[in-house]
Design a protein around this ligand. Structure first.
Ligand code: URP
Ligand code: ZN
Ligand code: ZN
Length: 473
């Protein structure tokens, strides 16, 4: 009797806590059996392979409005296709409320772009740039009920930054509604001060992007954000942390018992500010915020991963084409680093880089890899245990890895919409070969087998890490 739609036999299954040999039996898109000698309508052999929960990348930017005449390099089709090739089964892009606009409309617009076009599953965070009474009092509670249960706020960027009073109002609204707050923590005024001084001295090349936002501006801002969160008693996720000093602010709060969580990204493990020092505009390829730092910061971030200061490892995929006036080579960017679009591509390379630099080089074990690339994202953002693990009842979101495959990362093997990778020439050991989303094979042995529409939109529960909502009954 055939009992399964798909069986993955012979692999080594890894979760955030265990490693075991078994077959995975899948029916109706869910894992229904972990056993031996399972038989099904279809089989994907995983002998000599690792069978991991599909990656969840909880920090990506897709088709996000990025300023006049600037166009992001990925739409939902290309971003989710690229993510699938990188061993991911869910991504979480941001839905931006532009100042003066309604969040509901922004979400509607993004659904218009995403629905039916995705190869893997997606779920939106919101970005709050205009915390009106209407948004905080009416729209946000309704949106959280509808499954948009997390949002990001910014302490920098001209059109996004909130002042401390606004941050407190937004955090209070999150406290009332049980939403999870993510924060981009850099000091806006300090960056503007530095930028003006650098420009006055004629230091306008992309390299000075890093000089304009030194570690101290990223140490002060999380300290302030954490203090404000403490004041209103709301949990906080500090995203894209780049260095040890910012990390120690977070660790101090964690040690005090505050609910402060943290994320770091590949660029802070393997790039440095020297990468921004390219000839002509080449450095623009690495302009992102916070900027990559130095080797000491890289070591601190590894240490934070090992010590558990960082809960999640995301890409902060924010792709712009390089050789494009709607991307990194926007004409104004030649007049100052201030105008170079911030962000780098990385949704496809996040997992191989961490696997190779982390697991293959012995810095972290496989369980840690799974935890910080999948399970913890699902837990943090209200998708667990449906997503983020291999267990009976979970969605059959699986990446089959060849732990020994040696690959040189290069633009010509990637599937994103950007025209470069910041990791060009990097040699990695370990690569995802097959990606399965809810039982459907989207990438098989390195070849695309899925189609737009295979991915669905995921409404999320409230995060168990967020405050309990205040009852209005
Ligand atoms: O430079 C970056 N990180 N761009 C993406 C937007 C953000 O702040 O996450
Ligand atoms: Zn950010
Ligand atoms: Zn980001």
């Amino acid at each position: 009797m055939t009992t399964f739609d798909l069986v993955i036999p012979g692999g080594t299954v890894v979760t955030a806590s265990d490693i075991f040999q078994c077959d995975v039996g899948i029916r109706d898109g869910r894992i229904v059996s972990l056993g031996h000698s399972l038989a099904g309508d279809h089989t994907i052999d995983a002998s000599d392979r690792l069978v991991l929960p599909g990656g969840i990348d909880s920090h990506v930017h897709v088709s996000q409005p990025s300023g006049p005449d600037i166009i992001m390099a990925d739409d939902f089709a290309s971003a989710t296709r690229s993510a699938a090739f990188g061993g991911n089964t869910t991504i979480m892009p941001f839905c931006l409320q532009e100042k003066g606009n309604s969040m509901r409309q922004a979400i509607k617009d993004d659904h218009g772009l995403a629905d039916g076009n995705c190869y893997i599953d997606v779920s939106f965070h919101m970005i709050i740039s205009d915390p009106t009474e209407q948004l905080l009092g009416q729209d946000l509670p309704a949106l959280v009920e509808d499954g948009y249960t997390s949002f990001k706020i910014f302490m920098t960027y001209d059109d996004l930054k909130l002042d401390d009073r606004e941050i407190l109002e937004v955090m209070s609204a999150a406290r009332r509604t049980g939403a999870l707050v993510m924060v981009h923590a850099e000091n806006y005024d300090a960056i503007r001060f530095m930028t003006d001084k650098l420009e006055s001295a004629g230091n306008i090349a992309p390299y000075y992007h890093a000089t304009s936002r030194p570690i101290v501006v990223e140490r002060e801002a999380p300290h302030r954000a954490i203090s404000l969160a403490e004041l209103v008693d709301v949990p906080l996720v500090v995203v894209h942390v780049s260095n040890g000093e910012a990390m120690e602010e977070i660790h101090r709060a964690q040690t005090k018992g505050l609910k402060v969580f943290a994320e770091t990204c590949p660029q802070y493990l393997v790039l440095t500010e020297q990468d921004l020092d390219g000839l002509n505009m080449e450095g623009a390829k690495y302009v992102c915020s916070p900027p990559p730092r130095d080797q000491e910061s890289q070591a601190a971030c590894w240490d934070g991963i090992k010590r558990g200061v960082f809960d999640v490892f995301s890409s902060d995929h924010c792709p712009f084409r390089y050789d494009d006036t709607a991307g990194k080579l926007v004409p104004k960017g030649r007049t100052s680093f201030r105008w170079v679009p911030n962000g780098i591509p990385g949704v496809e390379t996040r997992l191989p880089i961490l696997f190779s630099e982390g697991v293959s080089k012995g810095r972290i074990d496989l369980n840690k890899f799974v935890a910080i690339t999948s399970t913890n994202h699902a837990k943090m953002y209200g998708l667990y245990p449906r997503k983020g693990t291999i267990s009976v009842g979970a969605d059959a979101d699986i990446a089959i890895w060849d732990a020994n495959r040696e690959v040189t990362i290069s633009q010509n093997i990637l599937n994103h919409g950007a025209d470069y990778t910041p990791y060009e020439g990097m040699k990695v050991i370990g690569w995802p070969q097959t990606t399965i989303v809810r039982g459907k094979c989207v990438v098989r042995n390195g070849q695309l087998s899925g189609k737009p529409g295979d991915g669905i939109y995921l409404e999320r529960d409230r995060s168990p890490y967020a405050a309990s909502p205040v009852s209005t009954a």
